[in-house]
Design a protein around this ligand. Sequence first.
Ligand SMILES: [Zn+2]
Length: 443
Amino acid sequence: MKRTSLDSWIKEKIGQVSKEELKIKDLESYQLKRLRETLQYVKEKSKFYNKLLKDVNLEKISSLNDISTLPFTTSEDIKEQGTRFICVSQNEINRIVTLQTSGTTSHPKRIFFTKEDQDLTIDFFHNGMATLVEPGDKVLILMPGQKPGSVGDLLKKGLERLGVESYIYGLVDNVNEVLKIITEKNINSLVGLPQQVFALAKYYKYNKNTDPISLKSILLSADYVPNSIIDELKKVWNCQVYEHYGMTEMGLGGGVACDAFEGYHVREADLYFEVVDPTTRLPVPNGQYGEVVFTTLTRKGMPLIRYLTGDISRIIEEPCPCGSPLKRLDKVLYRIEECIKLESEKILTITQLDEILFSIEEVINYDAYLTKLGNKECLSINISSPFSTGDCLNNAISNKLLSSATFGELIEKKKLVLDIKNKFISLDQSDGMHKRKVKDLRG
Ligand SMILES: [Zn+2]
């Protein structure tokens, strides 16, 4: 098994020159040094942190564990005080990313990057992509990439450094067209959103007129990646399917799977990860689930200290089968804000539904709503399917949910009522880039 490509990259970044294995002790002293420098820097340069860290004595941060004495940064802080985070002059800001936020009254969330910050992302994409492609391969990027500094643009630049040719298509708006490009340009690797690449695979599988294509790897990013989608892609294209974890606040990239396909190795020279209890916000031991928190160690424009991501995951305790001593973050279970508490105290998330519904052959996409029907809770699911299967498909879905460990008992005891509809869609229809979620309409 090939060791994660992040291993040698991080070893170089922390300045370990010996030919020996990456030493965690060296990595940790690098992280502590960077953490202290970052704290000093934001206290001086950022209005927000100058106030937040007013009473923090930096001399007392003498080990990485001391990070738990520092205050957190929330998404709300960024929304409300965006520009107060900035540590450089306005003309040093090279790119501003505005993120969609929920609620109509809240300010948009804006993240600011300098040229140096963007270069760190390119460097991560360069070294992270080495996990799945090598010089001579050709990658099709199915993510936005027209604007300079957008995710597709930075990914293309990273791939260039790796000696890998790539083409930016953007989000999949025409499946047929994408498949044609894959054939014409001899593409053998894809980077895209899970549901979009899934739709592409289904179209390829069922449309007998498409030319055969041969892929070696796929990287899925920007949304929860259901195992049911990974299984289908592997079946259709007989290729390796890797997952990337990241968010704009992390500088787009956060971590990438290795050939062991168990969680993601994280970019530890740029980001320090912790997992905390979502209620008490106290650190949880490795192996235990909690909210993912990160601190930037190398960012200049808008460094973030103990940023609460809203993602639930855990640090995997066991050493990685690939042999790297780098930290691994497990697959994200769900986002806290997308988690709906049912009256039975059980929780409902889109990720649970994804796993169940995408394993049904006829399902290509769906919307889900939770409503009230009299005094009962009702889960409405609108399935998009390229097969006109009517009630037959609806029954298959009901049965699958009924036999699931997550919802079976609730449905059987009639605590949760199902309302399933399906509509025919042409296989070449695809969605835009938005985080999919179950809408809570219980009022
Ligand atoms: Zn590994």
